[in-house]
Design a protein around this ligand. Structure first.
Ligand code: GLN
Length: 580
């Protein structure tokens, strides 16, 4: 029977509930338990697909095409485990499911009410996501005391009533401020958060104290005395320089064993933190450093201009850096600057490598292409992600194939050379849906080209071997047409298939592939649609230290200890280019 750990937040949001949940998951996995993590987002949006990135951070994409808050990203990065979209639920999904069921006659004769029907649906979903796991951690977004949290807390009480107190543990992640004028850590807001939780009938088993400093014994005792939480269950979680040191810090307080004890479980194995510690050490004190630029778009957020949020790219660089023992210093450059001042392009030679990340719309597109042209012609390592691959193809068509007016139809609908375009099947999807759900989303298998750099990188990192059985499993589990109807790809070359996640609408136009290839652009991987259309997934250049781009978002499948192959290759190329 699955045991549950509910993680809630107190005092303020953004204190690191997600990192705490990920760390606890990692610890329990180390003790030999099959663990999964579930995120509850109490907002009404059905999913994160239509949320503003500057407000909610980048949208995370799952293998099965879910568009979700970043927390699932942290779960995967810590756990080295794919999390399907059912591991995330929003209030909107819960209500929609209940109303749909009512319309279909699922509650005939009953008055459908907030209690019990809403928490019942929540419990049903929690159990479905936890099915097959020893332990499931449930992170409830927001802060205790929020109106929106109530149904979820109620649901976890229902779960506890059904399974017994030894099957559900509660962890409160709280914040202890140290006001500068007082110069002392204050526990009162935490005491009040515990009181608010008790109003919902919940007594926390653990209190994780986020603060600038480790919470001391005096304050631990103070919290314990007012809340009936055992003093040894009050855990210090001070600020750290790398999020990946959090599991190690929590383990110094033996949190794993205490949690297991609380759930009537014993360690199944002795944790082995050697590799993890080594990687964390390389993140904090790397032997070398490289400096890279991300040329992107800046967005207005109130009175500020901030870079579009790219947490996953930052993390993927950290993982690749840890594997290569190099620290990666990132500088964000606004692409529009290169449009106003082409001279500024020379600044790019100061960097060991350049990334053009994913993006939408026309802002900064010419600046991005100017940057791509510069790094291509100056032998600076380049990694293009999604839009970064599409624009690299347009730039190549313009500069190398003589198609000066080439463009993507996302920006210029009337271009005579639509190098990047919406393909017919995607047009249908867009016409049917209009908003949301109109993108090519989730994991797609790509067959890699023999002899390509991309294939070599997927081989070297062990990804090729790792992905092969997944291709088949996903086809079975999700029954998705994109995998099942493509039997010939799966069976023909299983040794060269990789899975990467997608979130885009436009594709390389098949009509221009031969032209681009003739002038030396290598398409090093493609996905074949059931109708036979080949979608280009990877490009590379032969006579360049590193010029690789992909239609996918490989940053979504980068984990500490299991870096993304393209980032791994890019970081190494930057390191070598720096040496020269
Ligand atoms: N705007 C492009 C498309 O929709 C690229 C999307 C992206 O970079 N994620 O195809």
């Amino acid at each position: 029977m699955t045991k549950y750990i509910v993680v809630v937040g107190g005092v303020i949001s953004g204190v690191g509930k997600g990192i705490t949940t990920s760390s606890l998951g990692k610890i329990l996995k180390e003790y030999g338990y099959k663990t999964t993590l579930i995120k509850i987002d109490p907002y009404i949006n059905f999913d994160a697909g239509t949320l503003r990135p500057t407000e909610h951070g980048e949208v995370w994409v799952t293998d099965d095409g879910g568009e979700i808050d970043q927390d699932l990203g942290n779960y995967e990065r810590f756990m080295n485990q794919d999390m399907p979209k059912k591991n995330n639920m929003t209030t909107g999904q819960i209500y929609k499911a209940v109303i749909d069921r009512e319309r279909q006659g699922g509650y005939l004769g009953e008055t459908v009410q907030f209690i019990p029907h809403i928490p019942q649906e929540i419990v049903r979903r929690i159990k479905s996501a936890a099915d097959g796991y020893d332990i499931a951690l449930i992170e409830i977004g927001g802060t205790v005391g929020d109106y929106e949290n109530v149904p979820f807390l109620f649901a976890t009480k229902m779960l506890e009533q059904e399974l017994g107190a030894k099957s559900v543990a509660y962890v409160l992640v709280t914040y202890l401020p140290i006001p500068h004028n007082v110069g002392e850590m204050k526990t009162k807001p935490t005491q009040q958060a515990i009181k608010l939780l008790r109003e919902e009938g919940i007594f926390p088993d653990f209190v994780v104290c986020r603060a600038e400093q480790p919470v001391d014994e005096i304050r631990k005792k103070k919290i314990a005395a007012s809340s009936f939480v055992k003093v040894e269950h009050i855990v210090a979680a001070p600020d750290v320089s790398s999020i990946y040191s959090v599991p190690l810090n929590l383990e110094q307080d033996c949190v794993g064993q205490k949690l297991l004890h609380c759930l009537d479980l014993k360690p199944k194995q002795e944790p082995d933190w050697k590799l993890w510690k080594n990687l964390v050490h390389k993140i904090i004190e790397p032997a070398n450093t490289i400096s890279i630029a991300i040329v992107g778009k800046y967005l207005a957020s109130g009175a500020y201009m901030v870079p579009d949020s790219y947490v996953s790219i930052d993390q993927a660089l950290t993982h690749a850096g840890a594997a290569r023992d190099v620290g990666v210093k990132i500088t964000w450059l606004d692409a529009q600057r290169f449009e106003k001042d082409p001279q500024a392009l020379t600044e790019l030679s100061k960097f060991d490598g350049v990334i053009v990340p994913g993006g939408f719309g026309s802002t900064g597109v010419e600046g991005k292409m100017a940057a791509i042209n510069y790094v291509r012609t100056h032998n600076i390592p380049y990694l293009g992600l999604c839009y970064g691959m599409q624009l690299a193809c347009v730039e190549y068509a313009r500069s190398m194939c003589g198609l000066r007016a080439a463009h993507t139809t996302e920006v210029d609908k009337n271009t005579p050379y639509p190098i990047i375009d919406i393909l017919t099947a995607q047009k249908q999807v867009m016409e049917e849906h209009r908003y949301g759900g109109t993108m090519r989303l989730g994991a797609y298998p790509a067959v890699l080209k023999s002899g390509s750099k991309v294939l070599a990188l997927y081989q070297e990192t062990g990804r090729l071997a790792e992905d092969a059985p997944k291709v088949e499993r996903y086809a079975r589990e999700y029954g998705s047409t994109k995998l099942t109807t493509n039997g010939d790809i799966i069976s023909a070359k299983p040794d060269k298939i990789v899975l990467e996640r997608h979130r885009h609408r436009y594709e390389v136009n098949p009509a221009y592939i031969a032209t681009l290839e003739e002038k030396g652009l290598v398409f090093s991987g493609n996905y074949e649609r059931p109708d036979g259309t080949k979608l280009m997934e990877f490009i590379e250049l032969q006579d360049h230290p590193f010029f690789v781009a992909t239609q996918a978002h490989p940053e979504f499948k980068s984990r500490l200890g299991n870096p993304s192959p393209l980032f791994y290759g890019f970081v190494q190329a930057c390191k070598e280019s720096k040496k020269k």
